[in-house]
Design a protein around this ligand. Sequence first.
Ligand code: FHN
Length: 612
Amino acid sequence: MYTPHVRTVRRATALPLLVAAALAAGSLSAAQPSAAQPSAAPTARAAGPGTDYAADDPFTADRTSWFRQDRFGMFIHFGPYSNLEGEYTRPDGTVCRDAEWIMRNCNIPREEYEKQAATFNPADFDAKAVVAAAKNAGMRYIVITAKHHDGYAMWPTKANSWNLHDHSAFDKNRDIIAELKKAADEAGIKLGLYYSIWDWHDPDFPDRATFPAYEKRMYAQLKELVDTYDPALLWFDGAWQQPWTAEDGERLEAYLRGLKPDLIVNNRVGKNRVTDGDFSTPEQEIPDTSVAGQLWESCGTLNDHWGYARYDDKWKSSSELLRNLLTTSSRSGNYLLNIGPDARGRVPGPAAERLGEMGNWLRTADQGEAVHGAGSGGLVEQPSWGTVSRKGDKLYAAVTQWPQSGGSLHLTTRTGFDVKQARVLGSDQSVSVTKSGDGYDIKPSGAATNETATVIELTVDPGATAAPGSGTGLKQEVFDNPELSGEPKLTRTDPTVNHSWKFTGSPDAGVPSDGFSVRWSGTLEPRRTETHTLSTVSDDNVRVWIDGKLVIDNWKPHNVQVDQAQVDLTKGRRHAIKIEYVEQTGEAHMKLLWSSPGQDQQVIPQQQLNPN
Ligand code: FHN
């Protein structure tokens, strides 16, 4: 159950008071938003000192397990922009091209855009077929645009009449989000909903003075979506736009987690930072390494557009798309690959073709094991000839540059481990693995099995990993001043250093939300003898000592920042650790994570920490 660690009576999850009242009174009309709506800001009751919004560690929480295992999802951009199929002919006869941004980038007058939207009739949208295409591709979750920037709701919202039910030529007895939810549930596919905070259509959006009226309707719509469709994930967008602020994001995220504690939310609920939501959202790119401090998902298009554009034939090959998927998995990331249905709701043929080819490759010889449930191949350096992901005692080397006959592939190891067995998936050729220099040489005896990537499965013994410890946490001293001075306001054992006090919270009800400091001390007990990467996620000052040596020193006020240090730790040994942290003003965050070649990134767990 998500509840911020509230040590005060007030709760961070209260619906903004005015919104709650409006919803209760049913005063959210289906009519177009009008200035007549109460414009008072819907302000959530401040959670106040003692609130901690970090409910769990997304790297290990049951709540995020499906997301961390599934790895591959379908993005669907579908809305009234699809009705134009990427082109708008201006009154002067010139043609303007865009997809989901067509209203804005082609300067279509509001009335004209509304007029064309009234003809939108995706009668051929077939939720079962879309879900089947996703499942057949090896996709395990779907995220569809419930509302994009044009503000048009793809479900029968009561917040206004700018939606597929009230403003289209579509069958008023149908609800495509409900159809998709039903089909996804039946197929065992998770459903996520995309929601743009930025709204071009709602007159109250852009101006901070009227924004509260928009925000009230937004909260109401989001409650509709959660209550009606029970989405596993909310994919926010458009939050980069003013007047949306990090504080707005804090309130919204707390509200949603109160509505649905197991919900997964992306970082665009706030301002795209490592402390916003559960995962980072690189777009049309794949980060060079795992993202420090947060889960991540790279989203991309099949051609050059998110929404349907009839002329866009720049379809990426299934090989390129599969290599993107293998790369994201090898870095513990997810890949959210987009389709844009046409005006009738049909999946474009070239899109369906590529998804089918991707699914075929993943099913062939169980090559999908290199993706589903797999993650960083941390035991080795990522090679130039392909990617390496890991799943338990298996390493999956997806080779895109097969060696010449008699040649070998070199893997540089990052830690000591043995290779017990090696085989090429889909081939009975022999594979020899020999120790060589800083790692292993892998020599396959036959040819590559396909053009995309040939997968060599290595069964490894990842070396000695100690059993989980019996730690209780670190000694925590909290000071109600920003100098760590005087007697601590309170001293206790902190199970983990995993805190997001944000703007309104603090370590205790008796400690103000600004101007406090914390010292943690004790010992850290690694489970593997390796060079560990320690990561702090902090706002403001942070310093970390290991065995008396200062290894992280960011001792100045700063916005949310990740700092890292490489430290050699020995299994079974208790290394002294001390952390000092200061919250000056504004947001407050302090998290301590670790990773190593044999340890995936996580908040350092309680059982590996001791107060002395
Ligand atoms: O502006 C949107 C864009 O239309 C599309 O929805 C992408 C997909 O993530 N997000 C925004 C651009 O970053």
